[in-house]
Design a protein around this ligand. Structure first.
Ligand SMILES: NC(=O)c1ccc[n+]([C@@H]2O[C@H](COP(=O)([O-])OP(=O)(O)OC[C@H]3O[C@@H](n4cnc5c(N)ncnc54)[C@H](OP(=O)(O)O)[C@@H]3O)[C@@H](O)[C@H]2O)c1
Length: 347
């Protein structure tokens, strides 16, 4: 049982929340188990003896204030974040504690930047949206690839997922984002988000070994189009997804992730290939690992650890690449992520 600071986890009994609770315990923090469903909370607390469980609802600010009492930080794992992010950020600001979430929803992440930037900065509080596989990791990789560049012409983030068995939370988040866009697609081009109805295109992406070249969906736009441009001058930010994983995600009755190891990780593997280009020079960073949900836990917990130990570069609403030393952050997660930084190439 850890004796470190209490860290509240909202949505603690969800698939990602459970990974976050386990990671906090492993790192000596004491998770406070928060969620809206008392029965699910009690079931989790029984499996995690010694941890406090506190029911709270996003519709009831006083319940959130009680739930955050004594917490040094809060990690929000309850999505769709279109519903949960604003009430939780608000509560964290009232409590004067840092807030980190794992939101992959582009519009919800934009809202967090738009609605809370001023208050968070004025109070000297750190709020980090999208501190997970999509959004946070891509931003850390692009920032690492940039090295001394402060601007570039393009950033490309190619997601090489072996498969994608989504959680209910992922499907709900996708549905809400789809509704918010009126069924339109979105891309980041010319320095802004553009909503459009163009058909999805596929292309071959030259992933390095061991994955090798794969068919990918072009403009499979993920939260990186919020996090990267929040602090880097890159007018074109494009994300790609292996066509196989995209098909898994949209298949009717897609199975949920199934654990294959003692940490509860699924067999899903990922390779993320990041390329930034400025003029004729290209810089690459490649990272590989297992299970996009599981790896979101060390990403979010490392973020909290750095915030609570003062290893930050900014306050306010900030993305991972803006607030942390990106290459140092990624190296600290070497037991979860294998990082490769090839030499610059002429592009
Ligand atoms: N950016 C990334 O790479 C990344 C990585 C992992 C997860 N995520 C996101 O994180 C979210 C959760 O994913 P998951 O895999 O953990 O899904 P999950 O297993 O389905 O869990 C969803 C959790 O959210 C809670 N929740 C939903 N609506 C709520 C509300 N209005 N108030 C309070 N709690 C609410 C659920 O509680 P109930 O059971 O009571 O409904 C449950 O605890 C999704 O939006 C997903 O997209 C993003």
């Amino acid at each position: 049982m850890g004796s470190g600071p209490n860290v509240a986890v909202f949505g603690a009994y969800g698939h990602t929340g459970r990974f976050v609770v386990a990671e906090l315990r492993e790192r000596g923090y004491v998770p406070l188990l928060l969620g809206r469903d008392q029965d699910k909370l009690l079931a989790l607390a029984q499996a995690q003896p010694g941890l406090a469980a506190r029911q709270a609802s996003v519709d009831d600010p006083a319940s959130l204030d009680r739930a955050l009492n004594g917490a040094a930080a809060v990690i929000n794992c309850a999505g769709p974040f279109a519903t949960t992010a604003a009430p939780l950020v608000d509560a964290a600001l009232r409590a004067g504690i840092p807030y980190v979430d794992v939101a992959a929803e582009i519009e919800a992440n934009l809202d967090t930047f738009a609605h809370f930037a001023e208050r968070a900065r004025a109070s000297g509080t750190v709020v980090v949206p999208a501190m997970a596989f999509f959004g946070g990791l891509g931003d850390l990789l692009v920032t690492t690839a940039m090295r001394d560049w402060t601007a570039a012409d393009e950033a490309h983030i190619a997601y090489g997922l072996s498969s994608w068995h989504p959680t209910a939370g992922t499907l709900a988040a996708g549905a809400i984002s789809g509704q918010r866009r009126g069924g339109r697609r979105v891309r980041y081009t010319g320095g802004h988000l553009e909503y459009h109805d163009d058909a999805l295109s596929t292309l071959e992406w030259p992933f390095p070994a061991p994955l090798g070249p794969q068919r990918v969906i072009g403009e499979f736009t993920m939260a990186d189009v919020v996090t990267v441009p929040s602090h880097l001058a890159i007018p074109e930010v494009r994300t790609y997804m292996t066509a196989k994983a995209a098909a898994d995600l949209s298949a009717p009755g897609a199975p949920a992730p199934a654990a294959v190891d003692d940490r509860g990780r699924s067999a899903q593997t990922f390779l993320v290939d990041v390329l930034v280009r400025s003029g004729g020079t290209q810089r690459h960073v490649v990272v590989a690992g297992q299970d996009i949900y599981a790896v979101s836990a060390p990403l979010a917990v490392e973020a909290v650890d750095r915030i609570l130990t003062g290893r930050t570069r900014a306050t306010g609403v900030v993305s991972a690449g803006a607030v942390f030393d990106a290459p140092d952050f990624l190296r600290a997660l070497s037991s979860h992520l294998s990082l490769h930084i090839p030499l610059d190439t002429r592009g």
